[in-house]
Design a protein around this ligand. Structure first.
Ligand code: ATP
Ligand code: MG
Length: 565
């Protein structure tokens, strides 16, 4: 794996592992895992967990397992399994032959459950789900014992076997751990271990009609695989006593250590798969891989690079306090990486026609343009120049205010890599008064962009030659939400904060020739505009579509600074 990631910074998990290794705990092995539930596409929060788990393993000559936590057949699909694998690989990580599914352990988990029953540690409870909730109590009130808590072992074994055999409808019984209904920790109040669910599973088909709960399947899957450090997010801290309890009751091959860290929250973003699915289902985005989505698939399509995302994950660090990271930091990391690798090209997004009156009709010159001033090895290319060009509409104002240094009547500017031109006339649409064409002259002495007499111009514009330029659609993206925290208002649906202007589609863009499909992964810097990439889904060879990956500078940062405190 090639990586440009920042040097690993110390964090509390790295420290725990270092100490464990020093003490030769787990015989010096480090085995981590990334355990996604295949009920949606991975998002940038998952990327943090993936980077953390795979990097910790790699740093310590350990391994990281990819394990699908597929215990909930009604929400899980093969499409998600495949997308998750593709995303982890794309991020640059390799699980080798360590691909596992919790469903592979269903038979073993069942045997463990039987053992719990035999040891008097689990019982079949026949309360309804609603009654179970009522009996559980609250944070301030202890729970009450289920009337089924003292069922004889033989009866529990019989009922559990019949649950498994499909004799009962969904919800008729559950298997619960017998722990402590008075525990201050709600997770310890006889949690449900198994439920009846007559649903087909994407891997085990109809073999099972009872399915283990996450809190039961997870520690056992970790133990079966010999995970040493089971790293999860802070909301599982209260589940740790249950994690340990389950492993303490059973003759498992190992007892992994659960360690919690603060999840990643990102401004102007929601990160729960349930909510992302809602955006997809409500048609507010075009799919899980819509370039505005915080999913890995969306970011990939938008032109974010694995190196940028890994770098971001290293930079935000790993702590134990919840916080929200500014989306601008992620964009910064993307810019930083693209700046090194993306070739510069010229593209005019909102074209305004320019005719150079004193330039010969038939002449086409090939001018040298630099591919990346940051990296001379990327060389130069030739761009055609001719009498009819396009420049950016916003680079001309008929009546320029102070500090507008670009083109205006009577004013001279530089065309990048080409010549100085001067605006000598304006053609307008008679009906609307809109400027539709500029008449200019050029100074042949300024070829390459410098005047031999030393005269200066205040602006350098990008341009394309009309006859040779190719057409393109360009999609400009803004933040998906209008609020830094779309979840913060408990009385409002997060969907009401979707930014109605998060996508702007420009259909009459003009690109310098030879662009579509060229460049590494179709990534470019459009000079003065930002970074753009070929949309792999909607592009056709004759009709390329480009996504704006990120602007050159963060316009929001400026707005924020300008805003009254
Ligand atoms: P979501 O809430 O988005 O549905 P999840 O936790 O249910 O996420 P899982 O598939 O269970 O999704 O997550 C797999 C792993 O990724 C877990 O170990 C989880 O702790 C971790 N993870 C999920 N979201 C984040 C996040 N925002 N930051 C860091 N790690 C995360
Ligand atoms: Mg989860």
């Amino acid at each position: 794996m090639t990586t440009t990631a920042a040097a690993p910074a110390p964090n509390f998990i790295r420290q725990i592992i270092a100490e464990d290794l020093k003490a030769n705990k787990n015989d010096g092995r480090v085995v981590t895992r990334f355990p996604p539930e295949p009920n949606g596409y991975l998002h940038i929060g998952h990327a943090k967990s993936i980077c953390l788990n795979f990097t910790l393993a790699a740093e310590n000559r350990g391994v990281c397992h990819l394990r699908f936590d597929d215990t909930n057949p009604t929400k899980e699909e093969v499409e998600y399994v495949e997308s998750i694998k593709a995303d982890v690989r794309w991020l640059g990580f390799d699980w080798g032959d360590k691909l596992f599914f919790a469903s592979d352990y269903f038979a073993q988990l069942y045997r463990y459950a039987v053992q719990l029953i035999k040891n008097g540690k689990a019982y079949v409870c026949s309360l309804t789900p609603e009654e179970i909730r009522q009996y559980r109590g609250t944070l301030t009130e202890p729970g009450r014992d289920s009337p089924y808590r003292n069922r004889p072992v033989a009866e529990n074994l019989d009922l559990f076997a019949r649950m498994r055999a499909g004799e009962f409808p969904d919800g008729a019984h559950v298997l619960r751990a017998g722990i402590d209904m008075a525990s201050p920790n709600l997770n310890m109040r006889d949690p449900v271990l198994y439920r009846i669910l007559k649903a087909s599973h994407h891997r085990t088909g109809d073999n099972w009609c009872i399915y283990p709960m996450y809190d039961y399947a997870h520690p056992l899957s970790d133990a079966i695989e010999g995970i040493t450090h089971s790293i999860c997010t802070l909301e599982f801290e209260d589940h740790r006593p249950l994690y340990d309890w389950i492993l303490d009751q059973l003759p498992v091959p190992s007892h992994p250590q659960q360690i919690e860290f603060a999840r990643l929250n990102l401004s102007y973003t929601v990160m729960s798969k349930r909510k992302l699915l809602k955006l997809v289902n409500e048609g507010l985005v075009s799919g899980w891989d819509d370039p505005r989505m915080p999913t890995i698939a969306g970011m990939r399509r938008r032109g974010y690079t694995p190196a940028a995302i890994r770098n971001f994950c290293e930079r935000i660090g790993v702590g134990r306090r919840d916080n929200t990271v500014d989306l601008a930091l992620l964009e910064y990391c993307v810019r930083e990486d693209l700046n090194k690798h993306a070739p510069r090209v010229m593209a005019v997004l909102r074209p305004l026609k320019v005719v150079i009156e004193n330039y010969p009709e038939e002449l086409v010159e090939e001018l040298d343009a630099v591919n990346n001033p940051e990296d001379p090895n990327m060389g130069t290319r030739r761009v055609p120049f001719s009498r009819v060009l396009y420049i950016e509409r916003e680079d001309f104002l008929e009546d320029p205010p102070k500090k507008f240094y670009r083109l205006a009547p009577g004013r001279e500017v530089r065309l990048r890599y080409a010549y100085f031109i001067k605006c000598v006339g304006v053609v307008k649409d008679e009906a609307t008064g809109e400027v539709v064409e500029l008449r200019c002259t050029y100074d042949p002495e300024t070829r390459g962009g410098y005047a031999p007499d030393g005269r200066q111009v205040k602006a350098t514009l990008h341009w394309v030659s009309a006859a040779q330029a190719g057409p393109a659609e360009v999609r400009l993206y803004d933040r998906l939400f209008t609020k830094p925290n779309p979840d913060e208002d408990k009385d409002a649906d997060f969907l009401s904060f979707v930014n109605p202007n998060s996508l702007e589609t420009l259909t009459s863009c003009r690109l310098e020739p030879g662009l579509a499909g060229a460049g590494p992964a179709g990534l470019y810097q459009f000079e003065r505009q930002g970074y753009f990439c070929v949309d792999t889904k909607d592009s056709a060879p004759s009709a390329p579509v480009f996504n704006r990956t990120v602007t050159l500078k963060d316009p929001w940062a400026k707005l924020m600074q300008a805003a009254p405190k």
